[in-house]
Design a binder for this molecule. Structure first.
Ligand code: HEM
Length: 151
């Protein structure tokens, strides 16, 4: 296994846990369900912990993955910035939500959670683009078209 293959192994955890937390928080406020809010607070913490591991593996991938095109290089910078921003905004929700985990989330909590979800989706989509369109991390001999030297 190559070092840049650890990141794709972990990416699903923050995406699934944090997006599920946002969805559950929206349900919690809509249906006044404090049990949903409690579960969402736990998902936020688990999601943030997994995001830290994913970010560490992302840095490892960034510094070890073989050469790529110039366009991919720009995306390889935007992707981590969006991922970092999503993790930071989720942290701004996770900390107060965990402190008052049995309470229904505030409208501000929900607003931050939705913004963070948008950033996370954009970052994940860009990460997928890096692999499936730019071929970052894909073995050169298994590529139909070699993007490495076309730009
Ligand atoms: C919460 C944080 C992050 C999430 C959810 C995330 C998500 C993703 C996803 C979904 C992919 C596509 C994987 C695939 O389909 O095989 C990807 C690829 C990639 N990401 Fe991230 N990422 C995060 C943070 C970072 C950071 C901080 C960096 C760099 C400093 C980074 C660098 C990369 C690189 C280089 C690739 C392409 C090569 C590879 O997967 O090894 N990521 N990311």
């Amino acid at each position: 296994m190559n070092p840049w293959e650890i990141h794709p192994l972990l990416v699903h955890f923050p995406i699934a846990l944090l997006l599920a937390a946002t969805a559950l928080d929206v349900l919690a406020i809509g249906q006044r369900r404090s049990d949903f809010a409690w579960a969402a607070a736990g998902l936020l913490i688990a999601g943030e912990v997994s995001a830290l591991g994913t970010i560490a593996a992302g840095f490892l991938a960034y510094f070890t993955v073989p050469t790529h095109s110039e366009e991919a290089h720009v995306r390889m910078l935007i992707h981590p910035v969006l991922a970092g921003a999503a993790t930071l905004v989720y942290a701004l929700v996770a900390v107060p939500r965990w402190r008052r985990r049995k309470a229904i989330p505030s409208r501000t909590n929900i607003m931050f959670s939705l913004v963070a979800a948008g950033l996370l989706i954009a970052s994940g989509a860009l990460g997928g683009y890096l692999v499936f369109h730019d071929g970052v991390g894909v073995e050169p001999e298994s590529r139909a078209i070699d993007h490495t030297h076309t730009h």
